[in-house]
Design a protein around this ligand. Sequence first.
Ligand code: NAP
Ligand code: COA
Length: 273
Amino acid sequence: MIGGEPFRTELLAGKTAFIAGGTSGINLGIAQAFARAGARVAVAGRNADKAAAAVAILRAEGAQALGQSMDVRAYDAVERALHETHDRLGPIDIVISGAAGNFLAPASGMSSNAFRTVIDIDLIGTFNVFRASHRFLNAPGASLIAISAGQAVSPVMHQSHVCAAKAGINMLVKVLAMEWGPSGIRVNAISPGPISETEGMARLTPTAADKAAWTQKIALRRFGEKADVANMAMFLASHSSNYVTGAIFGCDGGWTLGDSSGAIPAPATEKAR
Ligand code: NAP
Ligand code: COA
């Protein structure tokens, strides 16, 4: 396997994690890694069937797991889900905010509501999840992790909504880290690059040619694995990162470094080798 192997550890034994958007894809990969590491895990998304299927996967890992149906755009529903997690699984040590929406559309082909929808899910959803979690946290010691994206720092055509939303998330993370640091609450973000076998990349690279074009722009020349992001989440969720807060961690194979596909010719000395 070229991608990261999942951690085999008891690093999160006895911890409770709440994962918004944890019912599929990258965030479910994180939920599975947390479950294997001994955490009790609640996952939440809109679709109740998806949540139930995710819970079955987490229970098969031996974890105490809870599935919830809620929309991150509805603050009261988010708060109810966190309250239930606290009551059933205990004070919350780890919160992941990973719910997101994405589609390719030029700004001129996007309604105001289309733009707002992604801002609502990604950015306001992250505010809702973190804000509502505050009173249910096991603090000091709690770790909050937003799932951002490289689009926060690298502009991408037909992604104005996602670029704006994820840039907002990066700044929200830094301000919350300052405001909640004195209570011993750490707030960080993971910024994944293109990750294989995900809904996000299925939407951004619908054809093999699209996928090849994206791959050419990644320094490591391959998409990442869900386990790569899960490994970084393990670090940020555990005491291994006790002195880390307000940081945005790229997990993107060098995608945000810029186009490294060779448009500028190599110098002669390089060519001679
Ligand atoms: P995914 O499988 O579609 O996961 C999205 C999750 O969020 C699902 O659990 C979904 O469940 C939930 N969700 C969506 N809208 C919601 C809402 N309004 N309220 C509550 N839950 C909602 O996507 P993914 O590709 O793995 O992406 C996961 C995260 O990684 C996202 O934050 C994305 O921006 C980020 N990311 C992904 C990539 C990539 O390569 N895929 C790259 C960079 C960043 P329901 O549909 O049931 O609500
Ligand atoms: N191009 C342009 N506009 C689009 C669009 C597209 N491909 N897809 C949706 N929209 C517009 C809709 O037309 C609507 O605008 P309107 O009211 O002016 O017509 C607006 O976006 C909201 O769409 P709607 O379908 O009502 O939103 P929703 O809340 O049901 O779903 C989405 C949210 C659109 C983000 C949907 O794709 C989704 O649920 N995504 C979650 C999964 C996902 O994106 N995973 C990848 C994560 S990186």
